[in-house]
Design a protein around this ligand. Structure first.
Ligand code: URA
Ligand code: SF4
Length: 256
């Protein structure tokens, strides 16, 4: 009886320490991670997981990727998330509620890159959780992708621009190194940029999204497919067939 109280005390201490030190549950010698996760509930854990890095990942279960590599990735991503959470490198730090470092698996097939957090993301600290995010999830599901299984979702700027205005060049320049490091660590098989801003910035081009989309580009040797932003498509449903074409193109790239 007494022992279980002591164990419970340590479990709780570890739990609190883990979430505050980087948002991801770590393995501690005296407790079973799955038991704790099961106990607080997966949804609850995801809500508390501020870095958004999932406990399981695509290849961990398939046994394809070396475990040490995944542990290294997790540590590096946690470090970036801690830096982002403390960052005040641009003006957006003054008006944000929560920074949004990004979330997904450690071994993503696809990294999805948006522009910046909106109101729902700012309140929760998680990317693409509002109406546009739910729509984006449908796009991904249609080609066998999801943030839980095989994607990582991030943004050009990690803090919300007031009234959802476009990020200013000095803001995206200040924030971009975080995203570039995330890409370098995660080495996705492909990148999907959604909307004009992230497509232009990663491609270093100034054309509109209507003329950029429909083709495969490369960012640091990683195939990149640009498409419309889900908010734009919600406003203008006649863009839907173009997005579907782009999603099919993305699927063909990751199946190669
Ligand atoms: N729009 C974006 O570009 N990113 C988000 O995270 C949410 C909405
Ligand atoms: Fe820092 Fe990026 Fe947030 Fe600006 S938007 S404060 S650079 S994390």
């Amino acid at each position: 009886m007494k022992e279980s109280y002591i164990e419970r005390f340590f479990e709780l201490t570890y739990l609190i320490e883990d979430y505050y030190s980087g948002g991801v549950r770590k393995q501690h010698s005296c407790i079973d991670v799955n038991a704790v996760v099961g106990e607080i509930g997966v949804e609850e854990m995801k809500r508390k997981n501020e870095t958004g890095i999932e406990i399981t990942d695509r290849n961990e279960t398939e046994g394809k990727r070396d475990k040490g590599e995944l542990i290294r990735r997790r540590e590096q991503l946690e470090k970036i998330a801690r830096e982002v959470n403390a960052c005040r490198k641009c003006e957006l730090a003054k008006t944000r509620i929560k920074p949004v470092p990004g979330e997904g698996v450690l071994d993503p097939l696809v990294m999805i890159i948006g522009e910046g957090p909106g109101g729902d993301e700012d309140r929760t600290g998680r990317p693409f959780v509002g109406r546009a995010g739910k729509y984006l999830d449908k796009w991904l599901n249609a080609i066998g992708l999801s943030r839980e299984k095989n994607c990582f979702i991030g943004n050009i700027v990690k803090c919300r621009p007031p009234n959802n205005r476009d990020p200013k060049p000095e803001e995206s320049n200040a924030c971009l190194p975080y995203l570039l490091k995330q890409i370098e660590i995660l080495q996705p098989k492909a990148i999907l940029t959604v909307g004009r801003i992230s497509s232009q910035i990663l491609l270093g081009r100034t054309s509109g999204i209507g003329s950029l989309r429909g083709k495969v580009y490369y960012y640091m040797d990683i195939p990149l497919v640009p498409t419309y932003h889900p908010s734009g498509v919600l406003r203008n449903p006649s863009l839907r067939p173009y997005v579907w074409e782009d999603l099919k193109l993305l699927k063909s790239v990751i199946e190669k």
